[in-house]
Design a protein around this ligand. Structure first.
Ligand SMILES: [Zn+2]
Length: 300
């Protein structure tokens, strides 16, 4: 129960929200109006889907959003699915904070909400579209002795600014390292090729000699795997081919976007104002629980 409800039933001492301590903790406050919660919703510009998002009563708010099935363009997931998924994660985050004193970040709630919304979408796909063992949502590890580099790029539709990111995992899905870099104005295919090149240079510098690269860009993978990649007129493809000729073994494979979720999240969270290369010794907090979900899936 919320503190307001506990107080109403004379089982709580005060009605205040334990996160902000300034308002009564009503259901609407926990799920929509608290400062921290508002921050989560504002990631999605919810007024696009419901113009009265922050002013409706609880029942009207729930009904109008649950009945809005417009696709959220970045994810191709209906707003109704994202809405309920985020609601559930907000409630879980509130309880972790209240009962276990575990601090919660809006980004982590947002990421988990999107992750479970995607799981929900995947569960409705017909069996032929799903991978045979339903693993397409999850990362699949490299063969023993190899490391796996997942790369991804993103280009802003409004500014055309691109950014790339990658994460290096061992065969059981443990984090080895990662990187993020803003790369300026680019076409999406160029950005995806940059992600592979920068990722390969990064792993080469770290001294790994058996490296599997995973990218969700079918066109980039096709260009890189082509027999004549070394002769490619596209300088990025040529540079990648030249790097792969060094004294190490590399393989590149295409994977569906849903399996490259972590690299996608990393690329989307790059700060576009600086083109510095950022090495990530530890996974960002927002990725930790998702990493463990993939690791758990591998061990099943
Ligand atoms: Zn509050």
């Amino acid at each position: 129960m919320t503190n307001l409800e506990r107080r109403r039933r004379s089982v709580g001492r005060h009605p205040y929200c334990t996160t902000c301590d300034t308002h009564d903790e009503s259901t609407l406050h926990v799920l929509r109006d608290c400062k921290f919660v508002r921050e989560v919703w504002l990631y999605f510009s919810p007024a696009v889907y419901s113009p009265t998002f922050f002013t409706e009563s609880l029942q009207a708010w729930l009904l109008s959003n649950i009945n809005c099935h417009d696709l959220v363009s970045d994810y191709s997931i209906p707003w109704s699915t994202i809405f309920v998924s985020i609601l559930w994660q907000l409630w879980k985050a509130r309880n972790e904070h209240v009962f276990n004193s575990i601090p919660q970040s809006p980004t982590a709630v947002w990421n988990k909400g999107i992750f479970w919304a995607r799981c929900d979408m995947e569960s409705f796909l017909p069996p032929l579209i799903r991978s045979p063992d339903s693993r397409s949502l999850h990362w699949t590890g490299p063969e023993p002795g190899w490391v796996c580099l997942n790369v991804d790029a993103t280009v802003s539709a409004s500014t055309s600014f691109g950014s790339v990111a990658g994460l290096l995992l061992d065969q059981i899905g443990s984090w080895l390292s990662g990187f993020q870099k803003a790369i300026g104005v680019l076409q999406p295919l160029q950005a995806e090729l940059w992600a592979v090149l920068i990722g390969l240079l990064f792993v080469w510098d770290q001294g790994f000699v058996f490296v599997q690269i995973q990218s969700d860009c079918a066109e980039a993978v096709k260009l890189i795997k082509a027999d004549n990649a070394y002769m490619s007129p596209i300088s990025l493809v040529h540079a990648i081919a030249a790097l792969r000729q060094k004294a190490w073994a590399t393989k590149i494979t295409w994977i569906p976007r849903t399996s490259n979720f972590l690299a996608d999240m990393l690329a989307k969270s790059v700060d576009p104002s600086s083109t510095d290369f950022h090495e990530l010794d530890e996974p960002p907090v927002a990725l930790m629980s998702l990493l463990s979900m993939d690791a758990l899936h591998l061990s099943l």
